[in-house]
Design a protein around this ligand. Structure first.
Ligand SMILES: *Cc1c(COP(=O)(O)O)cnc(C)c1O
Length: 424
Protein backbone atom coordinates (compact mmCIF):
# COMPACT_ATOMS: atom_id res chain seq x y z
CA UNK A 1 0.00 0.00 0.00
CA UNK A 2 1.35 3.45 -0.85
CA UNK A 3 0.58 6.89 0.59
CA UNK A 4 -2.11 7.50 -2.00
CA UNK A 5 -3.90 4.27 -1.04
CA UNK A 6 -3.88 5.15 2.66
CA UNK A 7 -5.36 8.56 1.84
CA UNK A 8 -8.13 6.74 -0.06
CA UNK A 9 -8.74 4.49 2.95
CA UNK A 10 -8.87 7.55 5.21
CA UNK A 11 -11.73 8.86 3.13
CA UNK A 12 -10.21 11.16 0.50
CA UNK A 13 -11.32 11.06 -3.15
CA UNK A 14 -8.95 11.24 -6.12
CA UNK A 15 -10.01 14.80 -6.74
CA UNK A 16 -9.16 15.99 -3.22
CA UNK A 17 -5.86 14.10 -3.09
CA UNK A 18 -4.85 15.78 -6.35
CA UNK A 19 -5.87 19.20 -5.08
CA UNK A 20 -3.77 18.63 -1.99
CA UNK A 21 -0.73 17.76 -4.08
CA UNK A 22 -1.19 20.82 -6.25
CA UNK A 23 -1.31 23.23 -3.32
CA UNK A 24 1.49 21.53 -1.44
CA UNK A 25 3.73 21.90 -4.47
CA UNK A 26 2.76 25.50 -4.93
CA UNK A 27 3.58 26.27 -1.29
CA UNK A 28 7.00 24.63 -1.15
CA UNK A 29 8.92 27.87 -1.03
CA UNK A 30 6.70 29.28 1.68
CA UNK A 31 7.10 26.10 3.69
CA UNK A 32 10.88 26.38 3.40
CA UNK A 33 10.73 29.82 4.96
CA UNK A 34 8.70 28.41 7.84
CA UNK A 35 11.24 25.62 8.26
CA UNK A 36 14.04 28.17 8.47
CA UNK A 37 12.28 29.98 11.31
CA UNK A 38 11.78 26.62 13.05
CA UNK A 39 15.47 25.81 12.60
CA UNK A 40 16.49 29.09 14.20
CA UNK A 41 14.14 28.62 17.14
CA UNK A 42 15.22 25.00 17.56
CA UNK A 43 18.83 26.11 17.89
CA UNK A 44 17.86 28.90 20.27
CA UNK A 45 16.19 26.34 22.55
CA UNK A 46 19.04 23.82 22.41
CA UNK A 47 21.48 26.60 23.25
CA UNK A 48 19.36 27.61 26.24
CA UNK A 49 19.18 24.01 27.48
CA UNK A 50 22.92 23.53 27.16
CA UNK A 51 23.60 26.79 28.96
CA UNK A 52 21.33 25.73 31.83
CA UNK A 53 23.14 22.35 31.94
CA UNK A 54 19.91 20.37 31.69
CA UNK A 55 20.60 16.80 32.77
CA UNK A 56 18.69 13.63 33.57
CA UNK A 57 18.38 14.85 37.15
CA UNK A 58 16.46 17.89 35.82
CA UNK A 59 13.53 15.57 35.12
CA UNK A 60 13.11 14.49 38.73
CA UNK A 61 9.92 15.94 40.12
CA UNK A 62 9.23 17.09 43.64
CA UNK A 63 6.36 16.53 46.04
CA UNK A 64 4.94 18.40 49.02
CA UNK A 65 6.25 21.95 49.24
CA UNK A 66 8.53 21.42 46.30
CA UNK A 67 11.53 23.07 47.95
CA UNK A 68 14.83 22.90 46.08
CA UNK A 69 13.29 21.53 42.91
CA UNK A 70 16.31 21.80 40.65
CA UNK A 71 14.46 20.66 37.56
CA UNK A 72 11.86 23.39 38.01
CA UNK A 73 14.55 26.00 38.54
CA UNK A 74 16.44 24.83 35.52
CA UNK A 75 13.28 24.86 33.38
CA UNK A 76 12.58 28.44 34.43
CA UNK A 77 16.16 29.37 33.60
CA UNK A 78 15.70 27.85 30.13
CA UNK A 79 12.50 29.82 29.53
CA UNK A 80 14.20 33.03 30.66
CA UNK A 81 17.05 32.30 28.31
CA UNK A 82 14.80 31.50 25.32
CA UNK A 83 12.76 34.67 25.81
CA UNK A 84 15.85 36.75 26.69
CA UNK A 85 14.40 37.82 30.03
CA UNK A 86 15.90 38.02 33.50
CA UNK A 87 13.50 35.52 34.99
CA UNK A 88 10.53 33.23 34.34
CA UNK A 89 7.75 31.41 36.10
CA UNK A 90 6.78 28.11 34.42
CA UNK A 91 4.39 26.04 36.46
CA UNK A 92 1.79 23.29 36.27
CA UNK A 93 -0.08 25.23 38.96
CA UNK A 94 -0.86 27.89 36.34
CA UNK A 95 -4.05 26.30 35.04
CA UNK A 96 -4.38 27.95 31.63
CA UNK A 97 -3.48 31.03 29.60
CA UNK A 98 -6.16 33.15 31.22
CA UNK A 99 -4.84 32.25 34.66
CA UNK A 100 -1.28 33.16 33.68
CA UNK A 101 -2.49 36.53 32.38
CA UNK A 102 -4.60 37.10 35.51
CA UNK A 103 -1.60 36.37 37.75
CA UNK A 104 0.64 38.71 35.77
CA UNK A 105 -1.94 41.51 35.93
CA UNK A 106 -2.96 41.15 39.57
CA UNK A 107 0.67 40.81 40.65
CA UNK A 108 1.76 44.03 39.00
CA UNK A 109 -1.20 46.31 39.66
CA UNK A 110 -2.22 47.94 42.94
CA UNK A 111 -5.42 49.70 44.01
CA UNK A 112 -5.67 53.07 42.29
CA UNK A 113 -3.64 51.95 39.29
CA UNK A 114 -5.00 51.93 35.77
CA UNK A 115 -4.62 49.19 33.18
CA UNK A 116 -4.59 50.23 29.51
CA UNK A 117 -5.19 48.12 26.42
CA UNK A 118 -4.02 50.16 23.40
CA UNK A 119 -5.04 47.45 20.90
CA UNK A 120 -8.79 47.19 21.51
CA UNK A 121 -10.80 44.66 23.42
CA UNK A 122 -8.73 41.88 24.99
CA UNK A 123 -9.48 38.14 24.77
CA UNK A 124 -12.99 37.27 25.98
CA UNK A 125 -11.95 35.50 29.18
CA UNK A 126 -10.07 38.62 30.33
CA UNK A 127 -13.30 40.60 30.52
CA UNK A 128 -14.04 38.88 33.82
CA UNK A 129 -10.47 39.18 35.05
CA UNK A 130 -10.37 42.92 34.41
CA UNK A 131 -14.00 43.54 35.37
CA UNK A 132 -15.13 44.85 31.98
CA UNK A 133 -18.15 42.70 32.82
CA UNK A 134 -18.97 42.40 36.52
CA UNK A 135 -17.18 39.40 38.05
CA UNK A 136 -16.30 38.31 41.56
CA UNK A 137 -12.65 38.93 42.34
CA UNK A 138 -12.02 41.08 39.25
CA UNK A 139 -9.31 43.74 39.20
CA UNK A 140 -12.10 46.29 39.27
CA UNK A 141 -13.25 44.99 42.66
CA UNK A 142 -9.73 45.72 43.92
CA UNK A 143 -9.86 49.31 42.71
CA UNK A 144 -7.93 48.91 39.48
CA UNK A 145 -9.48 50.90 36.65
CA UNK A 146 -9.34 50.00 32.98
CA UNK A 147 -9.13 52.01 29.81
CA UNK A 148 -9.02 50.93 26.21
CA UNK A 149 -8.01 52.50 22.91
CA UNK A 150 -9.28 50.70 19.84
CA UNK A 151 -7.24 50.15 16.71
CA UNK A 152 -8.17 52.42 13.84
CA UNK A 153 -10.43 50.99 11.16
CA UNK A 154 -7.42 50.20 8.96
CA UNK A 155 -5.86 48.18 11.80
CA UNK A 156 -3.22 50.80 12.67
CA UNK A 157 -2.49 52.08 16.19
CA UNK A 158 -4.37 55.17 17.31
CA UNK A 159 -1.27 56.96 18.59
CA UNK A 160 -3.13 60.17 19.44
CA UNK A 161 -5.75 58.24 21.35
CA UNK A 162 -3.09 56.25 23.21
CA UNK A 163 -1.20 59.41 24.17
CA UNK A 164 -4.42 60.93 25.49
CA UNK A 165 -5.28 57.77 27.45
CA UNK A 166 -1.99 57.58 29.33
CA UNK A 167 -2.29 59.43 32.64
CA UNK A 168 -0.64 59.53 36.06
CA UNK A 169 -2.55 56.39 37.11
CA UNK A 170 -1.53 54.29 34.10
CA UNK A 171 0.67 51.54 35.53
CA UNK A 172 0.42 48.62 33.14
CA UNK A 173 -0.24 48.21 29.44
CA UNK A 174 -1.54 44.93 28.03
CA UNK A 175 -0.93 44.09 24.39
CA UNK A 176 -2.49 41.03 22.80
CA UNK A 177 -0.30 39.68 20.01
CA UNK A 178 -2.78 37.30 18.41
CA UNK A 179 -6.10 38.49 17.02
CA UNK A 180 -7.73 35.65 18.97
CA UNK A 181 -11.27 35.39 17.66
CA UNK A 182 -11.49 38.95 16.39
CA UNK A 183 -11.11 40.15 12.85
CA UNK A 184 -8.26 42.60 13.39
CA UNK A 185 -4.87 41.53 12.07
CA UNK A 186 -2.46 39.77 14.42
CA UNK A 187 0.41 42.02 15.47
CA UNK A 188 3.93 41.25 14.30
CA UNK A 189 6.67 41.46 16.91
CA UNK A 190 8.04 44.45 14.99
CA UNK A 191 4.76 46.34 15.36
CA UNK A 192 4.56 45.43 19.04
CA UNK A 193 8.05 46.87 19.42
CA UNK A 194 7.01 50.14 17.78
CA UNK A 195 4.03 50.40 20.08
CA UNK A 196 6.11 49.70 23.20
CA UNK A 197 8.68 52.35 22.20
CA UNK A 198 5.92 54.89 21.70
CA UNK A 199 4.34 54.13 25.09
CA UNK A 200 7.62 54.09 27.01
CA UNK A 201 8.55 57.33 25.27
CA UNK A 202 5.55 58.92 26.95
CA UNK A 203 5.86 57.22 30.34
CA UNK A 204 9.04 55.17 30.81
CA UNK A 205 8.03 53.44 34.04
CA UNK A 206 4.93 51.76 32.57
CA UNK A 207 5.06 47.97 32.72
CA UNK A 208 4.20 46.34 29.39
CA UNK A 209 2.72 42.86 29.34
CA UNK A 210 2.20 40.97 26.09
CA UNK A 211 -0.39 38.20 25.80
CA UNK A 212 1.80 35.92 23.70
CA UNK A 213 -0.77 33.11 23.26
CA UNK A 214 -0.50 31.39 19.86
CA UNK A 215 2.43 33.57 18.84
CA UNK A 216 5.41 31.73 20.32
CA UNK A 217 8.03 30.60 17.80
CA UNK A 218 6.10 31.84 14.78
CA UNK A 219 8.88 34.40 14.32
CA UNK A 220 12.55 34.35 15.33
CA UNK A 221 11.98 37.16 17.83
CA UNK A 222 9.52 37.42 20.70
CA UNK A 223 7.90 40.53 22.23
CA UNK A 224 10.42 40.35 25.10
CA UNK A 225 13.12 41.09 22.50
CA UNK A 226 11.47 44.42 21.70
CA UNK A 227 10.84 45.86 25.12
CA UNK A 228 8.00 43.89 26.74
CA UNK A 229 8.48 43.54 30.49
CA UNK A 230 6.44 40.33 30.58
CA UNK A 231 5.36 37.77 27.97
CA UNK A 232 2.64 35.38 28.98
CA UNK A 233 1.22 32.18 27.53
CA UNK A 234 -0.28 28.74 27.89
CA UNK A 235 1.59 25.43 27.82
CA UNK A 236 -1.25 23.68 25.99
CA UNK A 237 -0.53 25.98 23.07
CA UNK A 238 2.71 26.51 21.12
CA UNK A 239 5.43 26.34 23.82
CA UNK A 240 4.18 23.02 25.23
CA UNK A 241 4.83 21.36 21.89
CA UNK A 242 1.73 19.21 22.40
CA UNK A 243 3.37 17.19 25.18
CA UNK A 244 2.51 19.28 28.21
CA UNK A 245 -0.70 18.27 30.00
CA UNK A 246 -1.24 21.54 31.87
CA UNK A 247 0.50 24.79 32.77
CA UNK A 248 1.40 28.31 31.82
CA UNK A 249 4.42 30.58 31.71
CA UNK A 250 5.34 34.17 32.44
CA UNK A 251 8.80 35.39 31.38
CA UNK A 252 10.02 38.87 32.21
CA UNK A 253 12.03 41.18 34.39
CA UNK A 254 13.21 39.94 37.79
CA UNK A 255 10.96 42.44 39.53
CA UNK A 256 7.80 41.53 37.58
CA UNK A 257 8.36 37.78 37.91
CA UNK A 258 9.03 38.02 41.63
CA UNK A 259 5.70 39.78 42.05
CA UNK A 260 4.02 37.13 39.89
CA UNK A 261 5.47 34.35 42.05
CA UNK A 262 4.25 36.03 45.23
CA UNK A 263 0.83 36.29 43.67
CA UNK A 264 0.70 32.74 42.27
CA UNK A 265 1.77 31.15 45.57
CA UNK A 266 1.79 33.72 48.35
CA UNK A 267 3.77 36.56 49.88
CA UNK A 268 6.94 35.27 51.47
CA UNK A 269 6.99 31.97 49.59
CA UNK A 270 7.01 33.02 45.92
CA UNK A 271 9.09 30.88 43.60
CA UNK A 272 10.46 28.67 46.36
CA UNK A 273 7.44 26.37 46.50
CA UNK A 274 5.37 24.42 43.97
CA UNK A 275 5.76 20.67 43.59
CA UNK A 276 6.23 19.53 40.01
CA UNK A 277 4.94 15.96 40.54
CA UNK A 278 6.86 14.52 37.63
CA UNK A 279 5.72 16.83 34.84
CA UNK A 280 9.04 18.63 34.34
CA UNK A 281 10.29 16.24 31.66
CA UNK A 282 7.27 16.91 29.45
CA UNK A 283 7.79 20.66 29.85
CA UNK A 284 11.41 20.43 28.71
CA UNK A 285 10.66 18.02 25.91
CA UNK A 286 7.59 19.94 24.78
CA UNK A 287 9.57 23.16 24.60
CA UNK A 288 12.26 21.33 22.68
CA UNK A 289 9.68 20.18 20.10
CA UNK A 290 7.70 23.43 20.05
CA UNK A 291 9.41 25.10 17.05
CA UNK A 292 8.70 22.12 14.80
CA UNK A 293 5.16 21.66 16.08
CA UNK A 294 4.43 25.36 15.57
CA UNK A 295 5.83 25.11 12.04
CA UNK A 296 3.47 22.21 11.26
CA UNK A 297 0.49 24.18 12.52
CA UNK A 298 1.53 27.21 10.46
CA UNK A 299 1.86 25.16 7.29
CA UNK A 300 -1.62 23.78 7.87
CA UNK A 301 -3.05 27.26 8.33
CA UNK A 302 -1.48 28.54 5.10
CA UNK A 303 -2.47 25.42 3.18
CA UNK A 304 -6.10 25.88 4.23
CA UNK A 305 -6.02 29.60 3.47
CA UNK A 306 -4.77 28.99 -0.07
CA UNK A 307 -7.32 26.27 -0.83
CA UNK A 308 -10.33 28.05 0.59
CA UNK A 309 -9.48 31.43 -0.88
CA UNK A 310 -9.26 29.84 -4.33
CA UNK A 311 -12.68 28.33 -3.71
CA UNK A 312 -14.00 31.87 -3.23
CA UNK A 313 -14.23 32.12 0.55
CA UNK A 314 -12.91 34.97 2.62
CA UNK A 315 -9.91 33.83 4.68
CA UNK A 316 -8.09 35.71 7.45
CA UNK A 317 -5.12 35.86 7.15
CA UNK A 318 -5.07 35.36 3.38
CA UNK A 319 -2.92 32.77 1.66
CA UNK A 320 0.04 35.01 0.93
CA UNK A 321 0.43 37.53 3.76
CA UNK A 322 3.00 37.07 6.51
CA UNK A 323 1.93 35.18 9.63
CA UNK A 324 2.27 36.10 13.27
CA UNK A 325 0.13 33.43 14.93
CA UNK A 326 -1.30 30.00 14.09
CA UNK A 327 -5.02 30.81 13.91
CA UNK A 328 -6.86 30.63 10.59
CA UNK A 329 -10.36 31.92 9.97
CA UNK A 330 -12.43 30.84 6.96
CA UNK A 331 -15.81 32.45 6.34
CA UNK A 332 -17.97 29.60 5.06
CA UNK A 333 -21.22 31.61 4.70
CA UNK A 334 -23.62 28.77 5.58
CA UNK A 335 -24.35 26.63 8.65
CA UNK A 336 -24.21 23.46 6.53
CA UNK A 337 -20.66 24.22 5.42
CA UNK A 338 -19.52 25.12 8.92
CA UNK A 339 -20.88 21.84 10.29
CA UNK A 340 -19.42 19.80 7.42
CA UNK A 341 -16.00 21.43 7.84
CA UNK A 342 -15.90 20.55 11.55
CA UNK A 343 -17.04 16.98 10.86
CA UNK A 344 -14.14 16.58 8.45
CA UNK A 345 -11.59 17.82 11.00
CA UNK A 346 -13.02 15.44 13.60
CA UNK A 347 -12.98 12.48 11.20
CA UNK A 348 -9.25 13.01 10.61
CA UNK A 349 -8.31 12.98 14.31
CA UNK A 350 -6.14 10.34 15.96
CA UNK A 351 -8.42 10.40 19.02
CA UNK A 352 -12.26 10.37 18.98
CA UNK A 353 -12.37 10.16 15.18
CA UNK A 354 -15.62 8.17 15.39
CA UNK A 355 -17.64 10.85 17.19
CA UNK A 356 -19.72 13.40 15.32
CA UNK A 357 -19.50 17.01 16.47
CA UNK A 358 -22.88 18.73 16.82
CA UNK A 359 -23.74 22.40 17.39
CA UNK A 360 -24.44 23.04 21.06
CA UNK A 361 -25.26 25.92 23.42
CA UNK A 362 -22.09 27.25 25.11
CA UNK A 363 -21.73 29.62 28.05
CA UNK A 364 -20.87 33.09 26.82
CA UNK A 365 -22.43 32.66 23.38
CA UNK A 366 -25.84 33.78 22.18
CA UNK A 367 -26.03 31.02 19.61
CA UNK A 368 -25.01 27.38 19.24
CA UNK A 369 -21.34 26.63 18.71
CA UNK A 370 -19.78 23.66 16.95
CA UNK A 371 -16.38 22.34 17.96
CA UNK A 372 -14.17 19.66 16.51
CA UNK A 373 -11.20 18.29 18.38
CA UNK A 374 -9.72 14.88 18.77
CA UNK A 375 -6.91 15.71 21.12
CA UNK A 376 -4.49 13.94 23.44
CA UNK A 377 -4.83 16.83 25.89
CA UNK A 378 -8.28 18.26 26.62
CA UNK A 379 -8.79 21.66 24.98
CA UNK A 380 -5.26 21.71 23.60
CA UNK A 381 -5.37 24.13 20.72
CA UNK A 382 -1.88 23.37 19.44
CA UNK A 383 -3.55 20.12 18.36
CA UNK A 384 -5.72 20.27 15.24
CA UNK A 385 -9.04 21.77 16.25
CA UNK A 386 -11.82 23.85 14.74
CA UNK A 387 -14.81 25.71 16.04
CA UNK A 388 -17.31 28.33 15.03
CA UNK A 389 -20.51 29.98 16.23
CA UNK A 390 -23.63 29.09 14.23
CA UNK A 391 -24.38 32.64 13.16
CA UNK A 392 -23.58 34.97 10.27
CA UNK A 393 -21.08 34.91 8.62
CA UNK A 394 -20.52 31.26 9.62
CA UNK A 395 -16.80 31.59 10.09
CA UNK A 396 -14.76 28.62 11.21
CA UNK A 397 -11.65 29.26 13.29
CA UNK A 398 -9.14 26.55 13.24
CA UNK A 399 -5.65 26.04 14.49
CA UNK A 400 -3.01 23.56 15.36
CA UNK A 401 -1.80 20.25 14.13
CA UNK A 402 1.00 18.52 15.99
CA UNK A 403 2.44 17.51 12.63
CA UNK A 404 2.05 19.02 9.20
CA UNK A 405 0.85 15.65 7.87
CA UNK A 406 -2.03 15.57 10.30
CA UNK A 407 -2.97 19.19 9.59
CA UNK A 408 -2.93 18.37 5.86
CA UNK A 409 -5.15 15.31 6.31
CA UNK A 410 -7.60 17.27 8.45
CA UNK A 411 -7.93 20.09 5.95
CA UNK A 412 -8.35 17.75 3.01
CA UNK A 413 -10.87 15.68 4.94
CA UNK A 414 -12.90 18.82 5.64
CA UNK A 415 -12.79 19.66 1.95
CA UNK A 416 -13.95 16.13 1.11
CA UNK A 417 -16.89 16.57 3.47
CA UNK A 418 -17.91 19.76 1.67
CA UNK A 419 -17.69 18.12 -1.76
CA UNK A 420 -19.54 15.00 -0.60
CA UNK A 421 -22.45 17.11 0.64
CA UNK A 422 -22.45 19.17 -2.55
CA UNK A 423 -21.74 22.34 -0.61
CA UNK A 424 -19.11 23.57 -3.04
C1 LIG B 1 -5.90 31.06 24.30
C2 LIG B 1 -5.74 32.49 24.55
C3 LIG B 1 -5.79 33.02 25.84
C4 LIG B 1 -6.00 32.20 27.07
O1 LIG B 1 -6.90 31.19 26.92
P1 LIG B 1 -6.97 29.91 27.86
O2 LIG B 1 -8.05 29.14 27.19
O3 LIG B 1 -7.32 30.37 29.22
O4 LIG B 1 -5.66 29.21 27.84
C5 LIG B 1 -5.62 34.38 25.99
N1 LIG B 1 -5.39 35.17 24.93
C6 LIG B 1 -5.31 34.69 23.68
C7 LIG B 1 -5.02 35.62 22.55
C8 LIG B 1 -5.47 33.34 23.44
O5 LIG B 1 -5.38 32.86 22.21
Amino acid sequence: MNTHDIYRELGLSEKVIELGEKYENELRQRFEEIDRVAEYNQLKIIKAMQKARVSEASFNGSTGYGYNDEGRESLEEVYASVFHTESALVRPQITCGTHALAVALAANLRPGDELLSPVGKPYDTLENVIGIVPATGSLKEYGVTYSQVDLKSDGSFDFDGIRAAINEKTRLVTIQRSKGYQTRPTLSVKRIGELISFIKGIKPDITVMVDNCYGEFVETVEPSDVGADMVVGSLIKNPGGGLVATGGYIAGTRDCIEKCAYRLTCPGLGKEVGATLGVTRSMFQGLFLAPVVTAGALKGAIFAARIYEDLGFEVVPNGTESRHDIIQAVTLRSPERLIAFCKGIQAAAPVDSYVTPEPWAMPGYNCDVIMAAGAFVQGSSIELSADGPLEEPYAVYFQGGLTWYHAKLGILRSLEELYARKLL
